[in-house]
Design a protein around this ligand. Structure first.
Ligand code: CO8
Length: 375
């Protein structure tokens, strides 16, 4: 859809946790956990009533996903074979929450790049694939800590939270209800990943990203004009997490696998790829954009083969690493933040008139795309 008057992204920021877990470290911890479990259940395994846990492998992880390491808020808990879960102690209600704390650095950098004071921001949208509490909204805590004006709210569209958040903010700017917004994506994936499941223990990492959006008439500074946005959803159980307040009844408090991230990765791969390729093609056709005009693709960072496939489909040829930068080798999948990390780290070289596309996809299923022109 053509979008006049237009909003523009004028700043972006990334908070990267200080702790890194390499594939080798991850696999050593997982295999130690598997050996402990197998020893503990040796009788049942021998009797055939329980299956032995197979070892993980760093080579498999790199070749299946392209991931080489991930950043996490707490590596000790994740790598402890007796724990296999981050140790993030509960904070008192008077302390900043984990998500709000991560958000401050990312938002500070985005505001600094935009040259905007916190008090000039009319709305904070905290868009992420999980929130550390039900209420008050994390976004309102961020509003308080930053000192922004107006209002704030949380939203969750899993891996597409950031692009859906950008569409929501851009629409409000176009409609005139606000002039400036921050969309912030604190993703603590480590706390809803099942580190004891070999099929997925390598997939996710922690990070926080933020972008500042402004009404285009308010700035002459270098910016990325949002030419058009497009969001789509289609229900699927293939990526699911059943944790939620209705499930936490007393009789259901046991260690349940479905209370963490679960996926049928193969099906996701097969079903999401055509969905995303068609979505981008339709969006670009609607906006009158041609593949040969696209200078950059900032894609969701879930899997290298997936990105290579989408890049080839969109451009009609193999994109160069400059045209389709990947960051998942360093960050792993950071849910909604992945495409925004790629944007934040690989956009400074673009010249006025250059066109680029942010695209996210994931649970729901959900797909979001944002067409940008450097001004
Ligand atoms: N080490 C060694 N071998 C392994 C391992 C391992 N760690 N894991 C699996 N294997 C084995 C399997 O058992 C299998 O063996 P066999 O052939 O004997 O059965 C073999 O390797 C192949 O396994 P797969 O078929 O599972 O392997 P794939 O090639 O399909 O790769 C992937 C697995 C990487 C998961 C791939 O399927 C993939 O990337 N799929 C798409 C995933 C995706 O994009 N998901 C989106 C999720 S993100 C999202 O929506 C956000 C949700 C909210 C955030 C959650 C935060 C926690």
């Amino acid at each position: 859809m053509s979008q006049e008057p237009r909003a523009a992204i004028t700043g972006s920021g990334v908070f990267t946790p200080s702790q890194v877990v390499t594939n080798d470290e991850l696999v050593v911890a997982f295999n130690a956990y598997a050996d402990r479990q197998n020893a503990e259940h040796a009788g049942d395994i021998a009797a055939g009533t329980c299956e032995a846990i197979a070892h993980s492998s760093a080579d498999f992880i790199t070749s299946a996903s392209g991931i080489e390491q991930r950043f996490v808020l707490d590596k000790t808990g994740v790598l402890d074979p007796a724990r296999m879960f981050p140790s993030l102690p509960a904070r008192s209600d008077d302390e900043p929450g984990q998500m709000a704390e991560m958000a401050l650095k990312a938002c500070g950098d985005a505001l600094g790049e935009a040259g905007v004071e916190p008090g000039q921001i009319d709305a904070v949208i905290c868009a992420a694939s999980n929130h550390e509490r039900a209420y008050p909204a994390i976004a309102i805590e961020i509003q308080e800590l930053l000192g922004t004006s107006g209002f704030a709210f949380d939203m969750n569209v899993a891996c597409s939270s950031a692009t859906f958040g950008i569409q929501a903010a851009a629409d409000m700017i176009r409609a005139g209800s606000i002039q400036r917004a921050i969309v912030v994506n604190p993703e603590i994936c480590s706390a809803h990943l099942e580190w004891r499941d070999r099929d997925c223990h390598f997939i996710f990492g922690d990070v926080c990203t933020a972008v500042v959006l402004e009404h285009e008439a308010l700035t002459d500074a270098p910016r990325f004009t949002i030419d058009s946005t497009r969001c789509a959803t289609q229900f699927s159980n293939n990526i699911r997490n059943n944790d939620g307040f209705l499930r936490r009844t007393r009789d259901q408090m046991e260690d349940r696998r479905d209370m963490q991230f679960m996926q049928n990765g193969r099906k996701v791969f097969r079903e999401v790829l055509p969905l995303v390729a068609d979505h981008i093609a339709a969006h670009m056709a609607e906006a009158g954009w041609h593949a040969d005009e696209l200078r950059r693709l900032w894609l969701h960072q879930a899997n290298k083969s997936m990105n290579d496939f989408i890049g080839r489909k969109v451009l009609g040829r193999v994109p160069t690493p400059q045209e389709q930068p990947n960051i998942l080798q360093d960050y792993a999948n950071t849910s909604s933040a992945g495409s925004i990390i790629a944007f934040a780290q690989h956009s400074a070289d673009m010249a006025p008139g250059d066109k680029g596309l942010i695209c996210s996809f994931g649970a729901g299923y959900s797909v979001g795309s944002v067409l940008l022109t450097r001004m």
